[in-house]
Write a protein that binds this ligand. Structure first.
Ligand code: 5GP
Ligand code: ZN
Length: 120
């Protein structure tokens, strides 16, 4: 099992200690629905290992992050987003307090669905 932080809410979700609606799981990553969705489709992709944010990512994490990004569009389609280019989705990584990060376990927001929710 990867390194976990006992006080981290997303580590607890990865370990199944807090329930979540799972979208996908493999050895290195866990994907689940956001509890307060901003849009019709909104899920979070996290590494199973506790990495606090994108600021702590190094070359050793690059293959996993690449795999996560490559998987995002496939899972977005599976969760109800329409295909590129008319459909599509947003991919967001909030980093640090000024970046709007509230949970300090690296996560990728994947957000999509019909457009009225989208500002800007
Ligand atoms: P951040 O602001 O850190 O980028 O986003 C954290 C996200 O985690 C928020 O969108 C919030 O709704 C979601 N979140 C926080 N706690 C939980 C939880 O216990 N379960 C799930 N599924 N999502 C959570
Ligand atoms: Zn964690």
């Amino acid at each position: 099992m990867s390194t976990q932080d006992p006080n981290c809410i997303f580590c607890k979700i990865v370990e199944g200690k807090i329930p979540s609606k799972k979208v996908y799981e493999d050895e290195e990553m866990f994907v689940f629905h956001d509890i307060h969705p901003w849009a019709p489709v909104h899920f979070l992709m996290v590494p199973k290992a506790h990495i606090p944010s994108l600021a702590q990512v190094s070359d050793q994490h690059a293959p996993l992050l690449g795999r996560m990004l490559a998987l995002a569009p496939r899972l977005a389609l599976q969760e109800g987003c329409e295909p590129y280019p008319q459909g599509g989705h947003r991919v967001i990584i909030n980093t640090g307090d000024q970046g709007g990060q509230e949970v300090h376990h690296l996560h990728i927001h994947v957000i999509g669905g019909p457009r009225p929710w989208l500002k800007g």
